[in-house]
Design a protein around this ligand. Structure first.
Ligand code: SER
Length: 590
């Protein structure tokens, strides 16, 4: 089956069950700016899972662009991807298990035509926090799944969330396919270990709330959150154990083969890495990110550089990344026809990729010089020095080894690995913190900074002009950070005007109101929206100030404070460049 067919079938199925299709949110979280990327379909919906009302109702479905970089080093095997698309459907306090499980069964067996005899499902076995999920078990059984193919598993396998340390969570039921039933019966756990039995869909029943003391209580709003990976499911339905053999990857892989004159069957790992990393890079750039040394920009830089390095292994010594990107951008059926941001940003994507590749090729040459200096001086490169070259220049360790070998020297790879491990532990701890504070953080102070961001956005437009557009936003409990398009450094006078204007609005006790209206009407009324993004037909609009003489009006999912007088005193703490044609402001509330 082709990916597009799977996506269409999924969306149509849920639309026929009265769900509304919503477009994918940007891959960079908008209202949860403390995490780098959207990592699951439910992630942009967190405010609604927590009770905020969604403009399009209580039944939603979508295909969401996701990026997960936690196991970037595993990319190159049959299954790992950094970018992927996740299909999902949601009940925001509407239907629950009794509807969801029969729908799941129907979709798998009737739409995807999976033989029910090849399905396995798992349910939560129960513990001190929540009882055994016998309801799900009974529902599967009544659908026709026999008892030997329904398995109870503990919390570590059959529970999802909370995404942070507190928040909505609940038991899930996961669906698996036996991909080689002809090989005879197999024990479920063994089958999973051998990757013969593979998970394809997860229905999460968000019926509990975990509080700060670790206690679980029943939530008033019971949600359903489901997730199905497009790449994996497409491959399985096409009978491939190697995800990269599915039609999703073929145009990209063919392009790499064509440029390198190397075959996928011989250079499998390198070709997979290039295909995966460039596809991710294209989507990340399309959503407004540029390579840098920080956060999402840093991830993007690493993706591009790793792809260049793999290209060298294939013998490609001139710029080729943007040509591979063309294969992604040209894919009308799967990508360009669904995500308008790809076509709209095509030139920008290509030129950013080219520039980064040039820069990295220069770095590689400089790095080679650096290594040769070390070799001349001390007849060695220590593991730690190699790690520094690797981490700060992005210089690939294999190339350091190659250079040393040319001089009959060798690298202490254990020392290198130790340095790398120490570094990874540190960054994992940091990013775990990021994820935690991110997903569930709708705390009061974050909400205040969110409303303040709207005030700042409009104040900048009023003082500097309408060319000012938000290009990024990041909020922590301590400050807001706002990136916007503007060519020059702001003068002290301009900064003062901007903060005075924001403080005036705070002092004027402006009421903040939310309306749910068609996107076209919002645009007509002058509401600010993210340029180039695809919005649902009906959106929430937040207006600050009286309806006929408002100060700010923005399309936004919220949440926001009710009145600007809750905000305190606004102060800009820093203004700096955020790349070419972009400025960045840090500000606090006191
Ligand atoms: N949140 C669940 C997952 O990521 C289902 O969408 O698997």
């Amino acid at each position: 089956m082709k990916a597009r067919e799977l996506k269409d079938k999924f969306i149509n199925f849920f639309v026929s069950q009265q769900h509304v299709e919503i477009p994918s949110a940007r891959i960079i979280p908008e209202n949860d700016p403390t995490t780098l990327f959207i990592s699951a379909g439910m992630h942009p919906l967190v405010p609604f899972l927590l009770g905020e009302s969604h403009p399009l109702g209580k039944r939603l479905t979508d295909v969401q662009k996701c990026v997960r970089t936690g196991d970037i080093d595993d990319v190159g095997d049959e299954t790992h991807n950094t970018f992927f698309e996740m299909l999902g459907n949601w009940s925001l306090g509407d239907y629950f298990k009794k509807d969801m499980i029969p729908w799941s069964y129907k979709f798998l067996t009737q739409e995807l035509k999976i033989n029910p005899e090849h399905l396995h499902v798992t349910c939560f076995e129960g513990d001190a926090d929540a009882p055994k999920d016998t309801e799900s078990y009974d529902l599967w059984h009544s659908q026709g799944i026999s008892e030997d193919r329904i398995h109870y598993l503990p919390k570590k396998d059959n529970w999802w969330g909370p995404a942070g340390s507190v928040g909505p969570c609940g038991p899930d039921t996961e669906m698996f396919i036996d991909t080689n039933p002809n090989a005879g019966p197999i024990d479920f756990v063994t089958g999973c270990k051998q990757r013969r039995i593979i998970e394809i869909w997860n229905d999460v029943f968000m019926q509990y709330y975990k509080d700060a003391d670790g206690k679980f209580s029943e939530m008033p709003q019971k949600n359903v959150d489901t997730g199905m990976g497009v790449e994996r499911t497409t491959a399985i339905l096409s009978g491939f154990s190697d995800n990269y053999l599915s039609s999703i990857w073929q145009p990209i892989i063919q392009k790499i083969e064509e440029i390198s004159h190397k075959k996928y069957s011989e250079y499998t790992k390198s070709i997979r890495i290039i295909a995966d990393h460039i596809r991710s890079a294209v989507f990340i750039i399309a959503d407004g990110i540029e390579p840098s040394n920080k956060e999402a920009g840093y991830v993007l830089r690493r993706l591009i550089r790793r792809a260049v390095r793999q290209g060298k292994i294939l013998g490609i010594e001139t710029n080729f990344i943007s040509k591979i990107a063309d294969a992604v951008l040209d894919n009308q059926e799967n990508y360009a026809g669904i995500y308008p941001e790809l076509n709209q940003n095509r030139e920008r994507i290509i030129s950013i990729l080219d520039a980064e590749e040039n820069k990295f090729r220069k770095t590689l040459n400089n790095g080679l010089r650096e290594i040769n200096k070390l070799i001349e001086r001390s007849k060695s490169v220590s593991g730690k020095e190699a790690f520094t070259l690797y981490e700060s220049f992005g210089f690939p360790v294999e190339m350091i080894q190659e250079e040393l070998e040319k001089n009959n020297l060798s690298l202490d790879i254990d020392e290198f690995n130790q340095a790398k491990e120490d570094h990874q532990k540190l960054s994992q701890t940091l990013s775990a913190g990021k994820f935690k504070s991110g997903l569930a953080d709708n705390s009061e102070i974050i909400t205040k900074y969110h409303t303040t961001t709207h005030l700042l956005h409009t104040a900048l437009r009023k003082i500097l002009g309408d060319h000012v557009q938000q290009s990024g936003s990041n909020i922590t409990a301590d400050r807001l950070r706002f990136d916007f398009s503007h060519n020059e450094k702001l003068t002290d006078e301009q900064l003062k005007q901007v903060s005075d204007l924001v403080n005036q609005q705070i002092k004027s006790s402006l009421v903040v109101t939310k309306e749910t209206i068609p996107f076209t009407q919002a645009q007509k009324e002058g509401a600010i929206a993210f340029f180039g993004s695809k919005y649902p037909e009906i959106v929430s609009v937040y207006t600050i100030g009286p309806k006929d003489s408002y100060f700010s009006k923005e399309v936004c999912t919220g949440p926001h404070v009710n009145n600007t007088n809750e905000l305190g005193t606004f102060e800009i703490t820093k203004e700096e460049s955020a790349g070419s044609g972009k400025r960045r402001i840090y500000a606090i509330l006191k």
